[in-house]
Design a binder for this molecule. Structure first.
Ligand code: TNX
Length: 545
C-alpha cells in the first residue's frame, strides 16, 4: 500500500525490510519531557488496538522510542514541531528538538497504521503493522488553526473535544474559540453574573437565511462553559499539541453583553440578545466603565487560557453610534483623537496594553488596522487576501484566514442540492490551489493560516462536520506543507485514502462525489440562499430526515 499522509511530510523514504509490528510485547520508551507524547500514543493504541503498550525508560527491542535532541527551539517557530520518524523491522525511533515535535510525530504514526486503528475501540487484530519508512518533517507555518464559532450556536464541551481530536489528526495546532457574539456569550466573568444569566441565552433563532427573515423558531438556544470546562478543554488540547486561543469579540458584536448590561452601550436602550444574524450597530461606549468590563473579561481569559495569544475580535465594528452620540464624540476629543472613528483603534490599544501585562500578544480581525493597531498585534486577515500584504507592509505578523479560501461556512459547491449555507462558495479544489503567502512578501511575516467555521446556519456538530470535511483536509495540507510539496503531491490524490480514516473516525463528511441532499440539521432547511446571489428561491420539497 502506498503511504498517503495528510498533510504530506517534507520527505518520505520507504525502506526495504519488513514492517514494524506493534503487538502485546511492544513498549514505548520515553523519559522526562518526552513522556507526554509516549502516553498520547499509548492512549491512542489502547483505544484503537486494545494493546496496552507500557511507557518505560529503556528496552532492547520491539520498542518505539521517543527522544529529544538538540537545542530547544522557541515556541511558535516551525522548528518547534519538526520531527523525524524511522521505522525499522525491530524498532521505531522518533526524534524531535521539542516535545511539540514528538506529538506531531505521534499524529503521523497514527496515519501510518491501518485506518481502522483510528476507531475508538478495537476492530483490528494485532499485530498492527507500520510500514518501514523514514520521515523527516517540519511544518511550513507555526500557526495552523481552526476557528469554531461557539457563540452563534453553542457547542457542548464534548463536541469541542471531538473537534480538537479531529484538528490534531490533521496536524492543526490551534483551536481558536470564538466565545462571544451578538447571539450569545459563553464565558463566565466574576463580577458580571448576568453574562451567564442573560447573555448566554437567546429566546429564539431566525428560521432560514437571516436575509429572508420570514419566521423564528420559538426555541430558546444557549449555554456557556464553566471555567473548569474551559480548563479541561485547554488541557485536553495541550496533550494533543493544540493550543486553545480564546476570542472575546470587542468592541462590536456585543448585543449579548448589552442585553444584560445596557449601561455599557451608547444609547442605554434595552434590547434582547440577538435572534437573527448580520452586523448590528450596537458597540461599547468609550467609557471607563466599559473599559473596566473589558479588563475584567481579559483578566478572566488570562487566568484560564495559558496561550501566548488572545484574540480580541475587532471585526465589523460600525461607527454609527459613536458618530451619532454626543458623549462618545466628546470622549474621542478628550482622548485627543481626530474623530470618533478612531475609538476602535483606541479600544484595541487599551486591550493590547492590558494583555501585555500578562505577556500576551493580541490577535485581531483585520479591521483593527483601521486607524492603526499596535505594531506587535497579529492581524487575522479575513475580508480580503490583499489585506495580508498591506498588514505585512505595516510591520504586522499575519494569520491568513480569508474569505477566498478559509471560510468553511460557505457552500462547498454550486450544486442546488447543497443544504443551506451562509452564502458564497469555497470548494475543496479552491482551497487546495490556494497559496497563502502574498507574492513578494516575507514568508516569516505569515505566522500561519486558519480555517473558519462560523455557525449561523450550523446548528449542531453533525452538521459542522459536514461543513468542515473534507475541506479542512485541504486546509490542513496547505497549513503544513510547502508550496513545492503541495504541487508535487496534490492533496486531492491522497483524499480517497484519507476518507477511510475519516470514516473510521466516524466523521460526517460531505461525500466526495457531491452533496448529501438529506444533510439537514441547519436551521431553516425550508429556505435556500442561492450561492451565486443572483436569485433566491425557496425549496419546500426536500425530503425529511
Ligand atoms: C463575517 S469573519 C464575520 C462573522 C460572520 C462571518 C460569516 C468575521 C471576523 N466576521 O461575524 O459569522 O462573516 O461568514
Amino acid at each position: 500500500m502506498p503511504i498517503e499522509l495528510i498533510p504530506r511530510p517534507v520527505s518520505v523514504t520507504e525502506k526495504t525490510g519488513g514492517p514494524f509490528e506493534i503487538d502485546d510485547h511492544t513498549v514505548l520508551v520515553a523519559t522526562g519531557r518526552a513522556e507526554g507524547a509516549a502516553w498520547l500514543l499509548h492512549d491512542h493504541l489502547r483505544a484503537g488496538t486494545g494493546l496496552r503498550t507500557p511507557v518505560t525508560d529503556s528496552a532492547d527491542t520491539n520498542a518505539i522510542t521517543f527522544g529529544l535532541a538538540g537545542d530547544e527551539p522557541a515556541p511558535w517557530t516551525t522548528a518547534a514541531e519538526a520531527y523525524r520518524i524511522d521505522v525499522g523491522h525491530d524498532a521505531v525511533h522518533i526524534e524531535a528538538a521539542a516535545p511539540a515535535g514528538l506529538i506531531q510525530a505521534v499524529h503521523t504514526l497514527r496515519q501510518l497504521m491501518p485506518a481502522d486503528t483510528l476507531r475508538a475501540a478495537r476492530v483490528v487484530r494485532p499485530p498492527v503493522q507500520v510500514p518501514a519508512v523514514t520521515i523527516e518533517d517540519e511544518p511550513r507555518f507555526a500557526w495552523r488553526g481552526l476557528m469554531l464559532d461557539v457563540a452563534r450556536h453553542f457547542m457542548p464541551k464534548s463536541s469541542v473535544l471531538r473537534f480538537i481530536d479531529l484538528a490534531a489528526v490533521h496536524h492543526l495546532n490551534v483551536l481558536h474559540l470564538h466565545l462571544t457574539d451578538d447571539q450569545g456569550w459563553r464565558l463566565p466573568v466574576p463580577g458580571w453574573p448576568k453574562l451567564t444569566e442573560i447573555s448566554s441565552w437567546r429566546t429564539e433563532t431566525v428560521v432560514g437565511h437571516a436575509m429572508d427573515e420570514k419566521a423564528y423558531d420559538g426555541t430558546p438556544h444557549g449555554g456557556y462553559y464553566t471555567h473548569d470546562d474551559l480548563r479541561e478543554i485547554v488541557a485536553y488540547a495541550a496533550a494533543r499539541g493544540v493550543t486553545v486561543v480564546p476570542e472575546v469579540d470587542l468592541p462590536g458584536h456585543v448585543r449579548s453583553v448589552l442585553a444584560a448590561y445596557p449601561h455599557l452601550g451608547n444609547t442605554g436602550d434595552h434590547k434582547p440578545v440577538a435572534t437573527t444574524f448580520g452586523i448590528f450597530s450596537e458597540v461599547l461606549a468609550p467609557t471607563e466603565e466599559a473599559l473596566r468590563f473589558c479588563r475584567d473579561v481579559f483578566d478572566t481569559v488570562a487566568e484560564i487560557f495559558p496561550s501566548d495569544f488572545v484574540h480580541i475580535g475587532g471585526d465589523e465594528c460600525p461607527r454609527t453610534e459613536w458618530l451619532a452620540n454626543e458623549t462618545a464624540r466628546a470622549r474621542a476629543a478628550e482622548l485627543g483623537l481626530s474623530g470618533p472613528e478612531l475609538l476602535q483603534s483606541w479600544f484595541t490599544r487599551q486591550f493590547g496594553r492590558h494583555l501585555s501585562t500578562y505577556d500576551k500578544t493580541i490577535v485581531g480581525w483585520d479591521e483593527i488596522l483601521d486607524g492603526g493597531a499596535p505594531s506587535d498585534a497579529v492581524v487575522m486577515v479575513w475580508r480580503d487576501f490583499d489585506i495580508a500584504a498591506q498588514a505585512i507592509r505595516k510591520g504586522h505578523r499575519v494569520i491568513v484566514a480569508p474569505v477566498q479560501a478559509a471560510y468553511l461556512d460557505y457552500y462547498p459547491s454550486d450544486d442546488p442540492e447543497e443544504p443551506l449555507h451562509i452564502h458564497g462558495r469555497i470548494t475543496f479544489e479552491e482551497i487546495a490551489g490556494f497559496e497563502p503567502v502574498p507574492e513578494g512578501a516575507d514568508e516569516t511575516a505569515v505566522l500561519g493560516v486558519q480555517a473558519q467555521l462560523w455557525t449561523e446556519y450550523i446548528r449542531d456538530s453533525r452538521r459542522a462536520e459536514y461543513n468542515l470535511f473534507p475541506r479542512l483536509v485541504a486546509s490542513a495540507d496547505l497549513a503544513w506543507s510547502s508550496a513545492d510539496v503541495r504541487r508535487a503531491h496534490p492533496v486531492a490524490e491522497r483524499l480517497p485514502a484519507h476518507v477511510k480514516r475519516l470514516d473510521a473516525l466516524g466523521v460526517n463528511h460531505r461525500p466526495l462525489d457531491g452533496p448529501h441532499p438529506w444533510q439537514q440539521g441547519g436551521i431553516g432547511d425550508n429556505a435556500r440562499f442561492d450561492p451565486t446571489g443572483a436569485e433566491r428561491r425557496e425549496v419546500t420539497d426536500l425530503p425529511g430526515m
